[in-house]
Design a protein around this ligand. Structure first.
Ligand SMILES: [Zn+2]
Length: 169
């Protein structure tokens, strides 16, 4: 693992070498002390860029972790709803099945939503995250692809016929 300072130097070198490669005619001037030295990326610039990159990456990772934690909580709520309607042996079997798929909140939520759909369809349908899109889905599907709620096609609206006008001849 490189230290921050090593990464800064590597970053500055890489950017400056790329610059020399892109402008081979000026490569001799693209050196410290050369006429185009101010085109070069300084270690200071590279350090501040790298710090920004590290910070935004950490923020992104924190957002991903927070989202995963929310999904896990949501999944466990769905599990408790399934637990209300299945016997303990079935629940244990389901827990075993869950344990076989990757440990991530999104998988927990997805797994228990599918079980809720099987064992308690009404509750799954009430919690479908696509509830608002159901009228739209009805145009293509008989059932919501997510919660399997039967959908009824919206009535086809026929525009009133344009009034026939009598031509004066
Ligand atoms: Zn749905």
């Amino acid at each position: 693992m490189l230290t921050f300072d090593e990464r800064v130097r590597r970053r500055a070198n890489r950017k400056n070498n790329r610059l020399r490669k892109r402008y081979p005619l000026f490569a001799a001037e693209l050196q410290s002390g050369g006429a185009l030295a101010d085109w070069l990326v300084t270690e200071q610039q590279a350090a501040s860029d790298l710090a920004d990159i590290i910070q935004s990456k950490n923020e992104m990772l924190a957002r991903v972790a927070a989202h995963d934690a929310r999904c896990e909580v949501k999944g466990l709520i769905l599990r408790s709803l399934v637990a209300e309607v299945v016997d303990p042996v079935t629940l244990a079997t389901l827990d075993n099945q869950r344990a076989k798929i990757p440990k991530a909140g999104a998988y927990t939520a997805e797994f228990w939503f599918a079980r809720l759909r099987t064992y308690h369809p009404n509750k799954a349908q009430a919690r479908c995250e696509h509830l608002n899109s159901h009228p739209l889905f009805a145009e293509w599907h008989d059932r919501c692809p997510r919660c399997h709620l039967p959908l009824t096609k919206p009535p086809t609206v026929i525009p009133p016929q344009a009034e026939q006008t009598m031509l004066p001849f």
